[in-house]
Design a protein around this ligand. Structure first.
Ligand SMILES: Nc1nc2c(c(=O)[nH]1)N[C@H]1C(S)=C(S)[C@@H](COP(=O)(O)O)O[C@H]1N2
Ligand SMILES: [Mo]
Length: 320
C-alpha cells in the first residue's frame, strides 16, 4: 500500500483564506507591549538603529504553519533592525535608519517577457486576489548569520499561474526599484543598480517560494523590502530581492547583482550548502541572531526534503 506523507506545505491547504479584506486600514498597530516583551533582544540590535514603528495588520491570517519545526522566531525588533538592503546603505543598521524615504504604496509591479498576461499590476490587487499564507522560515545570510522569520506571503507559483508564462519561459528575473530620491544608497555605485535576481522556473514554481508582503502578521517594514520581496528559504539571503518593481519571464539565466559584482564569490544558484565554502570564509556554521553559540548549517537550510530533487545530478560546487 502506498501511503503518501504530506509535505509541510500541504498540511493546511484548505486553511488559507481569501484576503479580499486583508487590511483593516483603521487598525494601526502601535503594540508597545509586544515590543516590550522583545526587549531581551535589544543587545543584538546595532547601535544607532531606530526602534521600529509597527505596521498595519493583515486580517484573517491563518495560524502559522510550521516550516521551521522546533525553532523560535527571531524577535521582531531584531528582524527589522539587522538588515541588508544596500539601497539604504551597506551597514546592517542603515536600512532601519534610512528606509523611511521609500514610498511602498501605491506600488506597481510590471510583468513582462514570455507571458500571456503581461502588464502593470498594483501590489494591493495582487494581494487581494491571492491566498496569503503565514509561514515561519529559516533565513540564512551568506555572511553566516541567520534568523527565523514569520513571513506573510503569496506563493510565487500562484502569481506565476496567473501571469501564464509560455513554454519559452525558462527563468524568472526580478528587479528592485531604481530611484535615488527614495533610495539614497543608490547615489553610491557599490553595485550596478537596480538590484537584480533570478530563479529557474522550477525554483520559482516550488511551493516553498514566497513573495512576501508582510512579517509577524503585518505589512512589510520598508527595511525588509516593502511592499513585496522574494523569499527562497533554501537559498542564501541575497536571493531574496526586495522592493520588486519588475518580473520578467526570460529564456536565459539572468545575471544577478552579486554574481555580476563578484563572480567567484557568488553564483546563480546560491543554495545553502555547509560543505561549499565562500572563498573568504566557511559556510559550515551559522550564528542565529539572539544566540551565543554557533550552530551547524543544514544542507538546503533544512529544506532538502522539499527541494534537493531540483538539483539531482548537478555538481554541488556549481550550485553556490
Ligand atoms: N534590493 C535588495 N534586495 C536585497 C538586498 C539588497 O541589498 N538590495 N540584500 C539581500 C541580502 S544579502 C539579504 S541577507 C537579505 C536580507 O533580508 P532582511 O534584511 O529582510 O533580513 O535581503 C536581500 N535582498
Ligand atoms: Mo546576505
Amino acid at each position: 500500500m502506498l501511503i503518501k506523507t504530506p509535505k509541510s506545505y500541504e498540511l493546511k491547504e484548505n486553511d488559507t483564506t481569501s484576503q479580499r479584506d486583508y487590511l483593516n486600514r483603521r487598525d494601526f498597530l502601535r503594540d508597545l507591549s509586544r515590543a516590550g516583551l522583545m526587549a531581551g533582544a535589544a543587545s543584538l540590535v546595532p547601535a544607532g538603529a531606530q526602534a521600529v514603528e509597527r505596521g498595519e495588520k493583515f486580517q484573517n491570517l491563518e495560524a502559522q504553519q510550521n516550516f521551521a519545526p522546533g525553532e523560535k522566531p527571531t524577535p521582531y525588533q531584531a528582524v527589522t533592525t539587522y538588515n541588508n538592503f544596500y539601497e539604504f546603505g551597506t551597514g546592517k543598521d542603515d536600512p532601519a535608519k534610512n528606509a523611511h524615504t521609500l514610498r511602498p504604496r501605491p506600488w506597481t509591479v510590471e510583468v513582462g517577457g514570455h507571458v500571456e498576461k503581461p502588464g502593470a499590476y498594483d501590489v494591493d490587487d495582487l494581494i487581494r486576489d491571492s491566498h496569503l499564507e503565514d509561514r515561519i522560515y529559516r533565513h540564512r545570510c551568506v555572511e553566516a548569520w541567520s534568523m527565523v522569520i514569520p513571513w506573510v506571503g503569496i506563493p510565487l507559483a500562484d502569481l506565476i499561474k496567473r501571469f501564464e508564462p509560455t513554454s519559452k519561459a525558462k527563468y524568472v528575473r526580478f528587479e528592485t526599484l531604481e530611484d535615488r530620491e527614495q533610495m539614497p544608497g543608490q547615489r553610491r555605485r557599490v553595485m550596478n543598480w537596480p538590484y537584480v535576481e533570478g530563479l529557474t522556473m522550477a525554483e520559482a514554481m516550488n511551493p516553498l517560494t514566497l513573495m512576501a508582503v508582510g512579517l509577524y502578521g503585518e505589512v512589510l517594514p520598508n527595511q525588509n523590502g516593502a511592499p513585496i520581496r522574494l523569499v527562497v528559504p533554501w537559498k542564501y539571503g541575497f536571493k531574496g530581492i526586495k522592493s520588486i518593481v519588475r518580473i520578467d519571464f526570460v529564456d536565459r539565466q539572468p545575471l544577478n547583482s552579486w554574481q555580476e559584482l563578484a563572480p567567484h564569490e557568488y553564483g546563480f544558484y546560491a543554495n545553502v550548502d555547509p560543505t561549499v565554502d565562500h572563498p573568504r570564509w566557511s559556510q559550515a556554521k551559522e550564528r542565529r541572531i539572539g544566540e551565543f553559540f554557533r550552530r551547524d548549517t543544514l544542507p538546503f537550510n533544512g529544506y532538502a526534503e522539499d527541494v534537493a530533487h531540483l538539483y539531482a545530478g548537478m555538481d554541488p560546487k556549481k550550485l553556490y
